[in-house]
Design a protein around this ligand. Structure first.
Ligand code: PGA
Length: 276
């Protein structure tokens, strides 16, 4: 039986909301998600999976505690799908079109991603928001399309260094969540990744107390506004590595990690899963 504790929390100048602690996703497996970005080659993808499968065979206990997902470039999704024999990992795409189909040259739809064997997709990564001018409204449309195609959607949020310097990181993240998540988001179709933009690929990470503060805030928002918000997984992303993973993954309301650089080598990626 899970004990329920209730406490009150202020959300900025907004209303006081009630948060139930105790029933959390902490009993679930940690979700360890690789975001390969625009990296690797066909051959390297193959080598990665050969190594990961070997580890899966030799360390089955790791996979009882963590669920591994690999978000690869589109072009390698079907290759990964063919290599997915022993349930060592699930597959995800790094983005999807907001449109279902039609004259959208260069776009890849959520349905095609599903067809390629994926069960996950990332939406609203900060690199898409920054370099491809994606705003919250577009991220929401993409998530709707992903939901319709039964893809678990990892929606990324996080403040820039400038926003943190101005002490507005909580407002920024709250706005991103409220505006990017479709109203029918729930624990079964959405995952949040908190990725401070200044921590991505820089080797810098926030203090554990800052990560906890933000993840608790996100949990409050999810609990207040979405179905089973309690059980929506919240990942931390931004310079997670084997040597800081244990500390980051043990923080309250950190239910997994979204890993860029350190996910490009099977050894490091698996080492992070082991820390979970
Ligand atoms: P990083 O990237 O682990 O290289 O910082 C994380 C991400 O962008 O998802």
């Amino acid at each position: 039986m899970v004990a329920f504790v209730e406490h009150l929390k202020y959300l900025g100048s907004g209303p006081i909301i009630k948060v139930e602690l105790g029933k959390t996703v902490s009993n679930m497996k940690k979700l360890i998600v690789a975001n390969w970005k625009m990296n690797l080659t066909k051959e390297k993808v193959n080598d990665f999976i050969v190594q990961l499968s070997e580890k899966h065979k030799n360390n089955p206990f790791v996979f009882e505690k963590s669920e591994l997902v690999i978000c690869a470039p589109y072009i390698y999704l079907t290759q990964l799908s063919a290599l997915q024999k022993d349930n060592a990992f699930s597959i995800g795409a790094q983005d999807c079109s907001a449109h279902q189909q039609g004259a959208f040259t260069g776009e890849i739809s959520a349905q095609m991603i599903k067809d390629a064997g994926c069960s996950f997709v990332i939406a609203g990564h900060s690199e898409r928001r920054q370099y491809h001018c994606e705003d919250n409204a577009l991220v929401k449309k993409k998530a709707i399309s992903a939901f319709e195609n039964k893809l678990r959607t990892i929606i990324c949020v996080g403040e820039t260094q400038e926003q943190r310097d101005k002490n507005i990181e909580q407002e920024v993240v709250e706005r991103q969540i409220r505006k990017s998540l479709p109203e029918n988001a729930h624990a079964g179709n959405v995952i949040i990744a908190y990725e401070p933009v200044w921590a991505i690929g820089t080797g810098k990470t926030p203090a554990p107390s800052d990560v906890e503060k933000m993840h608790n805030l996100i949990r409050s928002i999810l609990t207040e506004h979405y179905d089973n918000g309690f059980d929506i997984a919240i990942l931390y992303g931004g310079s997670m590595k084997p040597d800081n993973a244990a500390e980051l993954l043990s923080i309250n309301n950190v239910n997994g990690g979204l890993i860029g650089g350190a996910s490009l080598e099977a050894e490091k990626f698996f080492a992070i899963a082991q820390k979970a």
